[in-house]
Structures are given as C-alpha cells and as structure tokens.
Write a protein that binds this ligand. Structure first.
Ligand SMILES: [Zn+2]
Length: 81
C-alpha cells in the first residue's frame, strides 16, 4: 500500500531490487513471445506480462518481492510505437 503513485525509474534494468535487495530483477515481456524470448523465459531471465502493455505497466519486476520498476523516459528509447 505504499508504492501507489510512486514509480521507480531506471535508465536500464536495475541489478538489485531497491525494495528487498534481491538480485533477481527480470524483464517483463509483453505480447506474444518471439523466438528468442522463450529461451529467456525458460532461463528465468524474463517473465511474461500481459498481451498488451499499458502505459503504466512496468518494464521490470522483482521476482522475489514483486516490486515493479520503470524505464526512465527521455532516453531516445521508443520501442513502444
Ligand atoms: Zn524485491
């Protein structure tokens, strides 16, 4: 009940979870997985998100505590179009 409305932004995937200190922050893959995605999912390098990514959906999650992390905007990264 404490993180509502407060997003944690990073330029790239954080190595450590800022909430629990765990080192298992994973990419969230939205939509239909592509060929390379299945291997990453199996290896636990990524987790599946929803089929359609909403603007508020996180780019990364901590698999230990469920904390969410967002990519910092304004990086010239625009892979959502
Ligand atoms: Zn965590």
């Amino acid at each position: 009940m404490t993180e509502q409305g407060r997003k944690t932004h990073y330029a790239s995937r954080p190595r450590k979870c800022s909430a629990c200190g765990g080192g298992r922050v994973r990419d969230v893959l939205y939509g239909v997985p592509e060929m390379g995605d299945f291997a990453r999912l199996e290896q636990g390098e990524a987790v599946r998100g929803k089929d359609i990514m909403d603007v508020d959906d996180p780019n990364w999650v901590c698999v230990d505590c469920g904390a969410s992390f967002w990519r910092a905007p304004g990086d010239g990264l625009d892979d959502l179009s």
